[in-house]
Write a protein that binds this ligand. Sequence first.
Ligand SMILES: [Zn+2]
Length: 312
Amino acid sequence: MENIGQCRLCQTYGELRLSHIIPKFVFRFQRSRSVTPLRSHLVPDRPVQDSGKLYFLCDKCEERFSSWETAFKREVYDPLHAGSLDSVRYGPWLLKFAVSLSWRGLRATIETEETTPPKIKFAAATIETKKSWRDFLLDKRGHPGDYPQYIFPLESLAKTSDTTAPVNFASYIHRVAAAGIWHDPGRGALFSFSMLCSIAVIGVIALRNAHGWGERLHVRSGLIKVTSRIPPPEVIGMIKAQANDHLNMSRQLSERQKTLDSEAFSKDEEKALQSGYLQIMALDVARATKGDPQELAKLSRTVLRATRNKKQ
Ligand SMILES: [Zn+2]
């Protein structure tokens, strides 16, 4: 049976829980703010209720993760999305939470996609990383070794005026949940990433130059300043590429799905406003058009069409 196997963390055999790779509270947040259905990245026309679940951990390890997730949600995630977080003092739970995400993202990516050659290369390159992170999560070592963790609130980045950013850049940052491995050979960077809607957690596997990365997460305690934090070029490059991927995915949507989405917007204008989606879209439109009215009209035609449909 699929749910009997070896727990990826403590390695005991037994019944496994259907575990989330990205924590459940992120999908709950995403769903609460989404006007259109959430969609699978691989099969864009199919809505997903709850992405990225695998038989992965035993009950005990799932519980272990859940206490760090609860602390993160209470101290960081909820206040951040309520707009009431300028800085946060954290305890030992934050590094544990970050490593649990990076480890899960790395393991799950390799496990689900190891048939493609680049992933086999990653599997070999990350053996030491996985061991360090696993041992740290199981309290067998006091720190994650040469594989540090970083957390980047993305509010400031979403407001960038960088016109090389894809047209959906702010929307991607604020509304997409995803996990994976990112390799940037040019900059000598390899890391695991977790995009949690407006916040990114990065677990470094290899990094040639940590300039611009700021402070890594400490074992016991530390302070994160939310408003002034801008991620380094390696992380911005990853976010741009992921946003671009996402854009291509939405272009592949069938005409029927596009129409349904457009209708969802006009039917639920109230939710579109309350969800903050229109404000996020405004950031993307302002950056991409640089205020040019013609460009603006072209880009916002989805919104204009929705409004027209509503009037008829
Ligand atoms: Zn276990």
